[in-house]
Write a protein that binds this ligand. Structure first.
Ligand code: NAP
Ligand code: ZN
Length: 361
């Protein structure tokens, strides 16, 4: 299976499941507190994708006030896109337009601010996602509309869903739905969070592998409670095999005050053949340089040959600047960040200078 970004689908819908009405103006579904939340999510992803029809209907900027400008991505087969739409004219990051082969003649010239990329014939979503991963996109937020959400869910490439329900009806059968008819993956999603934001409700769901990752990472975070009192990071780590069986666990200071959680877990495994298909879960981003010992956890993970790394909290620059995630990604490893668990990790590390945990729900 080719590598793809972590995909977070996001939508706001009415009580009757509609994304909009059919008028020329955009229907306001979210509350202002929810707009603030969406802005933060946009600031935490590498790229945002919407369908060409959403650009035509809403002319969205797709920027974030709380993070670096995300790369913007759209898909089209007609090529009917206005080069002066805000999608193209706002933000400093790249704009990507995926279209099936053969490309609409002249599309590249007509959209000078964008890179037009080939998505295969017929349009191949998996190929597009592999291409995004190759361009360094680790987290992709998909903001709709109906046709785009339907395609992502029926192709079973969504890891997380943020669904906001607004307390109103649209009642128009021609209004776009959250998703249309199709063959969807079977089984129930994991309900990870329910949050009230003024008069709307956010439902946060995880699917398949993301639900497993979330559960395992939570266990790794809890392992850090075993760390002896320490002035450095309190971290927990778990290594699992391809079937999600635990191969080893570790926590900071487990056998020696200088121990890091990941190196403790890896030291228990030696050159276990299961490492070639394993996942390491760590509550903190693996360190890329350290003051206590010469070899970083990033180096240990690279040498162990572990292909998948899942962590919660990006290492803050308390002791040294960490580039663990970037280094692992550059070496072709799959790196998944689950920032929704970061507050739990901060809570365990609130003894460190400058670390304050937001109240956890
Ligand atoms: N409430 C919310 O959270 C939310 C969020 C986003 C959008 N919306 C609403 O949703 C509505 C738009 O939804 P929609 O379903 O009409 O449109 P959409 O999903 O935004 O875009 C559909 C368009 O994307 C392109 N596309 C999609 N799949 C493709 C494929 N496999 N190959 C090639 N091109 C593909 C096509 O563009 P071409 O036609 O150019 O070929 C298609 O017409 C708007 O009313 C918008 O306001 C609401
Ligand atoms: Zn380390």
């Amino acid at each position: 299976m080719s590598k793809r970004p972590y995909v977070l689908a996001s939508a706001a819908m009415s009580l009757d499941g509609r994304l909009d009405d059919t008028s020329d103006t955009r229907l306001l579904l979210s509350s202002s507190a929810d707009f603030t939340r969406v802005d933060r999510v946009r600031g935490s992803v590498d790229a945002i994708l919407v369908g060409a029809n959403t650009i035509r209907a809403d002319n969205p900027r797709l920027l974030s006030a709380s993070g670096p400008d995300p790369v913007k991505v759209t898909l089209t087969s007609t090529g009917n896109l206005d080069p002066d739409a805000r999608f193209f004219t706002t933000g400093d990051a790249a704009k990507l337009v995926y279209a099936p082969t053969p490309l609409v003649p002249g599309l590249t010239e007509r959209l000078p601010r964008a890179t037009v990329a080939d998505a295969g014939d017929p349009f191949d979503l998996h190929r597009m996602l592999a291409d995004l991963a190759a361009r360094g996109i680790g987290r992709l937020m998909v903001e709709g509309g109906e046709r785009v959400h339907t395609m992502f869910f029926t192709e079973d490439v969504v890891d997380e869903l943020h669904l906001v329900v607004a307390p109103l009806f649209v009642g128009d059968e021609h209004a776009p739905r959250f998703v249309g008819p199709g063959k969807y993956p079977q089984g129930r999603m994991l309900l990870a969070e329910v949050r009230q934001l003024e008069d709307v409700v956010l439902l946060r769901y995880l699917t398949g592998q993301a639900a497993k990752d979330h559960a395992r990472l939570r266990e790794a975070v809890a392992l850090a409670d075993n760390c002896p009192p320490s002035t450095t990071f309190r971290v927990g780590a778990i290594v699992t095999d391809a079937d999600d069986r635990v191969l080893a666990t570790g926590y900071s200071g487990e056998t020696d005050p200088h121990d890091h959680a990941e190196e403790v877990a890896l030291a228990k495994l030696g050159d276990d053949p299961g490492l070639a298909t394993a996942t390491i879960y760590s509550s903190l981003e693996p360190c890329s340089s350290r003051t206590s010992r010469p070899k970083s956890c990033t180096r240990h993970i690279l040498e162990a040959g572990i292909p998948r790394i899942v962590f919660a909290w990006r290492e803050p620059a308390v002791f040294v600047d960490c580039v663990g995630a970037e280094t692992l990604r550059a070496a072709g490893r799959e790196v998944i960040e689950l920032p929704e668990l970061a507050d739990l990790v901060k809570h365990t590390n609130s003894h460190l200078p400058g670390v304050t945990a937001e109240p956890t729900s």
